[in-house]
Ligand binder design. Structure first.
Ligand SMILES: Cc1ncc(COP(=O)(O)O)c(C=O)c1O
Length: 440
């Protein structure tokens, strides 16, 4: 057991996306993790119902990843990626390309999901310009979308509370499609809801307004996670693809949470059978062990950059692009995905997981449950005048009772490691049901 930190020990760390004063008055401190469980500083086991922040699909302290990273740090701790390379970066890109079934041809490394989003947006703008379509600069996101915290991602993102403070500095020339969440029509749906496919046609309205010749790209999360598990209506993504193709607009999928098995397929584009022109990943790419993101592109995107005069084709990159430790973690993660039958296992338990989530229907304040793959969203009614308070209370109680859940507004989002077994699912939902019965 670790010695508890005093409140003065906690003051220097300005915590991200955290109610700092509240946390520091009553800290929740994780000190180790293995398999499906974290352990806190009092020695309690906490079942990980969220794969960290959606980023640990293979469970914690995977021995193959631990030893690959240990070996990498002792061999090549860092290598610049501008005008220099190291073998693992090329090997991982090739393996990732193969993991898409060779549908995508190149991979651009970043350090996070936010950087992957901004990189994808920059590639989209540069792609049109390099082809002589320089007026195609407008970007289209979606209401309730989350694309990280960079200025690009925040601008195409559609969460009002995140945007409000930075309003004056958001990118110009950005529009948003409507979100597809509709409780009246779609509450308590398993898988893709029936209602809302027509909302993709809102893109036609934006094309009429601005003209396609001014629009560069549409970016959406195939399943929106951070805003509370919004599952696309049947046929919605296919319709978006058709409209983007019709108007020469690039379609970007933000697969930062859906990538690497969350829906039981390598990527959401496999699950929905819809091909974007580019897509972003991060999180599960390295099992969360070393920060890394990546943008995958189709051959026509990359080819467009390789036509001009010799020289740097894309003036963009990060000090930590292709970091050796991240590459080692990424390669070991892919080995585990491929050799340990992770997707097969996830598909084997997904129905049990989804049924367990839907069994919470009828408990106090539960107004919707929606599930797809290994994701469940449980929406609670809000306490009048206190949006988010009820779910936050559930989060605090859950931690004390030994389960980690994630809340956004009054929505509980569950996305456990894909190695989860039925006994863990029983523990997670058994404890959650007990908590929901006692909330105000
Ligand atoms: C869809 C999506 N895009 C981008 C991001 C940002 O990723 P990061 O926090 O690694 O910058 C997230 C993070 O949750 C996300 O869910």
């Amino acid at each position: 057991m670790n010695k508890p930190l005093s409140s003065s020990d906690l003051s220097a760390y300005w915590m991200p996306y955290t109610a700092n004063r509240n946390f520091k008055a009553s800290p929740r401190m994780l000190v180790s993790a293995e398999g499906m469980y974290y352990r806190d500083d009092a020695g309690n086991a906490i079942l990980d119902g969220t794969a960290g922040l959606w980023c640990v699909p293979l469970g914690h302290a995977q021995p193959k990843i631990v030893s690959a990273v240990q070996k990498a740090v002792a061999t090549l701790d860092y290598a610049p990626s501008f005008q220099l390379g190291h073998p693992m970066a090329f090997e991982l890109a090739e393996r990732l390309k193969q993991y898409t079934g060779n549908r995508f041809s190149q991979v651009f490394y970043t350090g996070s999901g936010s950087e992957a989003v901004d990189t994808a947006l920059k590639i989209a703008l540069a792609y049109h310009r390099t082809r002589g379509d320089a007026t195609r600069t407008r970007l289209i996101g979606r209401e309730r979308g989350y694309h990280g915290v960079g200025f690009g991602g925040m601008s195409v993102g559609g969460i009002g509370t995140n945007r409000k403070t930075f309003n004056s500095a958001l990118l110009q020339g950005v529009d948003h499609l409507p979100h597809t969440h509709n409780l009246e029509k779609n509450a308590f749906t398993k898988g893709e809801p029936e209602y809302g496919t027509h909302l993709a046609d809102e893109l036609e309205r934006l094309v009429t307004l601005h003209d396609a010749s001014n629009i560069a790209a549409v970016i959406v999360e195939p399943v929106a996670g951070s805003t509370g598990v919004l599952i696309p209506p049947k046929g919605y993504l296919k319709r978006l693809r058709e409209l983007c193709t019709k108007h020469g607009i690039l379609l970007i999928f933000d697969e930062v949470i859906t990538g690497f098995g969350r829906l039981g397929t390598p990527f959401a584009s496999d699950y929905f059978d819809v091909e974007p022109d580019l897509f972003t990943t991060a999180k599960g790419l390295t099992n969360g062990v070393v920060p890394m993101g990546a943008v995958f592109v189709k051959p026509h995107i990359h080819d467009a950059f390789m036509q001009g005069p010799d020289g740097i084709e894309l003036l963009h990159g990060y000090t930590y692009s292709g970091h050796p430790l991240a590459c080692a973690a990424g390669l070991a993660s892919l080995d585990i995905f491929e050799q340990d039958g992770i997707l097969e296992h996830a598909n084997g338990v997904a129905d049990y997981f989804q049924e367990a989530a839907h069994s919470l229907r009828g408990l106090p304040n539960v107004i919707d449950i929606r599930t797809i793959g290994m994701i469940a969203g449980i929406e609670l009614s809000s306490i009048p005048g206190k949006p988010g308070a009820r779910a936050y209370d559930a989060f605090r109680r859950a931690f004390n009772d030994g389960i980690l859940i994630r809340v956004t507004g009054d929505i509980i989002a569950l996305s456990p490691p894909l190695i989860i077994e039925k006994k863990h699912i029983d523990e997670l939902f058994g404890k959650l049901a007990a908590i929901l019965k006692t909330l105000d």
